[in-house]
Write a protein that binds this ligand. Structure first.
Ligand code: NAP
Length: 248
């Protein structure tokens, strides 16, 4: 059986203490990568134990990705500790939902800073090392909200659509240096982010999903693993939608 290997690769994953980010870390270490686990929150010991069980190295870093200095420091520390960065996954994200009429400026600014400015800042810091190495992969976590729109999420949808435009532009800038840039656009995935939705909303969402259920964090992590791996070596500027068919 053909398996995906990331043996010898160094991966940085943001927002990785839980949810989709954590699942990505777990897939990466199973595939043989060492990981920098970056989050605003403390990295839970049981995640560090999982990395250890697979014989891989983890470097936990506390970072606020909405701050450019933190993003620069994240990549600088990665280079100082591991000497290179092969894979960057910009996964950290937040929601501050409200109808536009009631959406205050701070809810707009916070979501754009965490979901979009962070992608600029971390990618900018990483790309110079990848271009020098003539190798690297960036995967940005967008959302179907950035493709379809979603009432109550003007800020979130704008940030996630921005991530797609950013990724395609950067993919064109760096393809000549063998650096690939892609997006994964999840639909509704079971995580802390969607746990807060009330039961009626969840039922209405499920009714719009041809596969008839919310996705799991592993569904997204496996798509990210594919894009990070040599199996996707001819894939750049793509948006891989993983949404149970919701947006087709
Ligand atoms: P989650 O469970 O809320 O996890 C998000 C993680 O990002 C948390 O660990 C959070 O840390 C961290 N984070 C938030 N702000 C940060 C900051 N400023 N700096 C560093 N880390 C920060 O969400 P998730 O469902 O796994 O979502 C992961 C990504 O997928 C997000 O980009 C999200 O927009 C996207 N997505 C999710 C869904 C879904 O249905 N779940 C659908 C489409 C797209 P704290 O614990 O400190 O807050």
């Amino acid at each position: 059986m053909k398996t995906i290997s990331l043996e010898g690769q160094i991966a940085v994953v943001t927002g990785a203490s839980r949810g989709i980010g954590r699942a990505i870390v777990e897939e990466f270490v199973q595939a043989g990568a060492d990981v920098v686990i970056a989050d605003l929150a403390d990295i839970p010991q049981d995640l560090l134990d999982v990395v250890k069980q697979h014989g891989r190295r983890a470097l936990p870093i506390k970072v606020d990705v909405s701050k450019v200095e933190d993003c620069n420091q994240l990549i600088d520390t990665t280079i100082a500790e591991f000497g290179k960065i092969d894979i960057l996954v910009n996964n950290a994200g937040i929601t501050r939902d409200a109808l536009l009429m009631r959406m205050e400026e701070d809810a707009w600014d916070a979501v754009l800073a965490v979901n979009l400015k962070s992608v600029y800042a971390c990618s900018r810091a990483a790309i110079k090392h990848m271009m020098k190495a003539r190798s690297g992969v960036i995967i940005n976590i967008s959302s179907v909200a950035g493709i379809m729109g979603n009432a109550g999420q003007c800020n979130y949808a704008a940030s996630k659509a921005g991530v797609i435009g950013f990724s395609k532009s950067l993919a064109r800038e760096v393809a000549g240096r063998n650096v690939r840039v892609n997006c994964v656009a999840p639909g509704f995935i079971r995580s802390k982010m969607t746990d807060v939705l009330d039961e009626k909303v969840k039922q209405a969402v499920v009714a719009q999903i041809p596969l008839g259920r919310f996705g799991e964090v592993t569904d997204i992590a496996q798509a990210v693993l594919y894009l990070a791996s040599p199996m996707a070596q001819y894939v750049t500027g793509a948006v891989l939608v993983v949404d149970g068919g919701m947006s087709m």
